[in-house]
Design a protein around this ligand. Structure first.
Ligand code: KG4
Ligand code: ZN
Length: 335
């Protein structure tokens, strides 16, 4: 059988990324151009700036990924691209690039959901075992997803307001930390003790949904109240307390769902999966369960990249999923 080479393209937010994956699991090249420096001074991603950067970076990143791979377009089996969800103007650049390559080189086009990509980053680490449960925590999503086989996604819980990463970024802003705030809070949290009492949103009994806006407001109020009293709060203590609240809820609900759904494996996915506190606590908690395996991707595969899109694209390609040249970016795409 011929080797399967899938080229993946990701431009849903502020990373322009192109990668090539061999036979679904082996990274041949993985290039990511981050725009963080351009968005930092605005405290968040500015959609218009993101689109412009993608236009500038796309051909450069593509060329680098092809050069690194030592392959030609004739060697490729298909082009996989993030079709949504994300910023529409940003997504469009990737989708148009993918359509152009598909047309020019007569290659099949495979649309990929961004969250499916985050989940499939795990397959670049280890073979997936079904049924499994994926905890997806990113800047735009917080979801518990049950999978009974490849390509089957059942959302059993999701956030009702802010995503976990969004809460991290907003809390970081309150502490005057640069964007994206997640890694800064994570670092501070490791230097402090969780001594400040903050809420944990468990929601109704049995619910796998999440809510982080109450916690975010509680942090902001704590800072403002202290300022009014002329007191200062140790940022390390606040970061550690906030992180403890987030991680408690994420880990508790994941463990409960893993037991109820009797899964063989738990996967961690999305930018917040880079969080040290979450990684350590989830590993400890899964360790208490019998015969449940855990995959946590390396940091580079947690935040946005195209290797994960090509990994998901490999599975979808083999399942026969194709798009034609009418493919459009869909900012609200369902999994
Ligand atoms: O998956 P991702 O790269 O982009 C989206 O699809 O949203 O996730 C970005 C999010 C940001 O909110 C960022 O602050 C957060 O992931 N993040 C972290 C850490 N590293 C990145 N949050 C907490 N701890 C971290 N170490
Ligand atoms: Zn993402």
């Amino acid at each position: 059988m011929n080797d399967l080479y899938i080229l993946g393209i990701e431009t849903s937010c502020d990373e322009t990324a192109v990668a090539i994956i061999k036979n679904g699991t082996e990274i041949i090249s993985n290039v990511v151009a981050s725009q963080i420096e351009s968005h930092k001074r605005f405290g968040g991603v500015v959609p218009e700036i993101a689109s412009r950067h993608h236009v500038e970076q796309m051909t450069i990143v593509l060329e680098e990924a092809m050069n690194e791979s030592k392959l030609t377009f004739q060697d490729l089996s298909a082009i996989a691209v993030t079709a949504g969800p994300g910023l529409v103007g940003a997504l469009l650049i990737g989708v148009e690039a993918a359509k152009s390559l598909s047309f020019a080189h007569s290659l099949p086009l495979v649309p990929v959901h961004h969250i499916a990509g985050h989940i499939y980053a795990n397959r670049l680490v280890k073979e997936m075992q079904f049924p499994l449960l994926a905890l997806v925590v990113s800047g735009g999503h917080t979801e518990l997803i049950y999978m009974k086989e490849h390509g089957h996604f059942e959302v059993i819980g999701e956030t009702r307001d802010d995503a976990a990463g969004e809460a991290y970024d907003k809390v970081a802003r309150t502490l005057n930390l640069p964007y994206p705030g997640g890694p800064h809070i994570d670092r501070l949290a490791q230097e402090g003790e969780a001594t400040i009492d903050l809420p944990r949103a468990w929601l109704e009994e049995g619910s796998y949904d999440f809510s982080f806006s109450g916690l975010k407001s509680a942090v902001i109020n704590t800072v403002h109240n202290a300022e009014q009293r002329g007191e200062t709060i140790k940022p390390e203590a606040l970061a550690a307390s906030f992180q403890a609240s987030v991680v408690d809820v994420l880990v508790e609900k994941t463990i409960r769902a893993a037991k109820q759904y009797n899964v063989k494996q738990v996967l961690l996915a999305g930018g917040v999966a880079a969080n040290q506190g979450l990684r350590v606590r989830l590993e400890q908690a899964i360790g208490t369960l019998d015969n449940v395996d855990l995959i946590i991707p390396p940091l580079k595969l947690c935040t946005d990249n195209a290797a994960m899109i090509a990994a998901a694209g490999s599975i979808f390609y083999e399942k026969g999923i194709r798009a034609d040249l009418s493919l459009n970016a869909n900012p609200g795409l369902d999994l």
